[in-house]
Write a protein that binds this ligand. Sequence first.
Ligand code: RFL
Ligand code: PHB
Length: 389
Amino acid sequence: MLTQVAIIGAGPAGLMLGRLLDIAGIDNIILERQTKAYVLNRIRAGILEQTTVDLLRRAKAAHRLDKQGIVHNAVNLAYSHQCHSIELPELTGGKSVIAYGQTEVTQDLCDVRERDGGTTIYEAKDVSLHNFDSEKPYLEYKKNGVGHKVKCELIVGCDGYHGVSRASIPPEAISIYEKAYPFGWLGLLSETPPVSDEVVYVNHERGFALCSMRSRTRSRYYIQCALNDRVERWSDDAFWDEFRRRLPADLAQSLKTGPSLEKSIAPLRSFVAEPLRFGRLLLAGDAAHIVPPTGAKGLNLAASDIHYLSNAMLSYFKDGDDSALDEYSRLALARVWKSERFAWWMTNLTHRFDGDPFEQRMKEAELTYLSTSQTGRKMLAENYVGLPL
Ligand code: RFL
Ligand code: PHB
């Protein structure tokens, strides 16, 4: 098979890129290791920045989002049993964020790709990358036990943190920056009305908690848990008891509980690989960088990578401008590092780390500063709605 761009991974980054290339008339193929059902049912992000919404509109995949997305005009910080609202439009010149699940984003992108005849090969096994340091890169994979070869001009690794793309780059050609956190998040999805109209980040002595939503009738909640905790240890009742204990009293009283639709544990990690270009191989999204989910930046960074990368590919294919691909790496990484800082800072501010009472008092002082200072709130709001592209 011959194509212009071979994309590895049909998560939001791969599907968004494929769609923007289709619209620009650039031939592409997506290879995905998992089944379509598996990809579409993975519960992950829930909060979109305006720039992500704009990109989905550019991709002509925002029809449902424009109807069903829930605009959040505030984000809440709770500590010392009190909830403090940070008004987003007032502090950011009119910006807000939108609650719309990653499952829906992926579904919408998948639907338009299929409708318009784009090629996605699910259950593509043993994908391997070859000759990406030359003019003639290619991929090999197996489908139903049969080997295939895809010749292309560019390969894009959109295959997440555990993917094959980054792992194929010689270690001496890549710099890795990494931080692992000593806890995870236990998340629960339920068909219950959300306890708050907007996201609430809670710093509590029993550990962090987060209130979010997927719709007016579907809630997504998280609690900080031990890194080695196991989801089987948490009955729904145990989750609700622990979650309620961490909420401020008024929220705890109005919390509606119900059976879980999904429960899972995710570790927290900060990670950046530099650069994002290695000859004819480019990395984007979680394949290149991970943020802890506090701050809701992961999916949004995948989208901003694709914004820069799709522009660069247009210059490359239409004008023969090879330097645009280097520029992609530079522009995308500049935004990545700013979001890495914000996600790291929000994680430190809102979570309980073992032990150090001085550190905890520092966090309380900073939370008080943020809730009482217009300048402090403005900094948080500006980052939360997303820095300009
Ligand atoms: P993905 O979604 O991981 O997709 C990668 C795809 O590549 C496939 N793949 C392969 N395919 C072929 N061959 C191989 N060898 C392959 N290896 C892997 C995988 O099967 C998969 O389909 O990466 P992508 O597209 O870069 O998208 C990134 C986002 O998924 C991620 O950043 C967000 O989910 C992070 N995140 C959040 N981001 C936000 O912007 N806002 C949020 O509110 C938010 N909340 C979250 C989150 C992530 C969480 N977890 C589970 C870590 C909440 C949580 C709990
Ligand atoms: C979510 O809705 O899943 C969500 C919201 C905000 C975050 C992380 C996850 O910071």
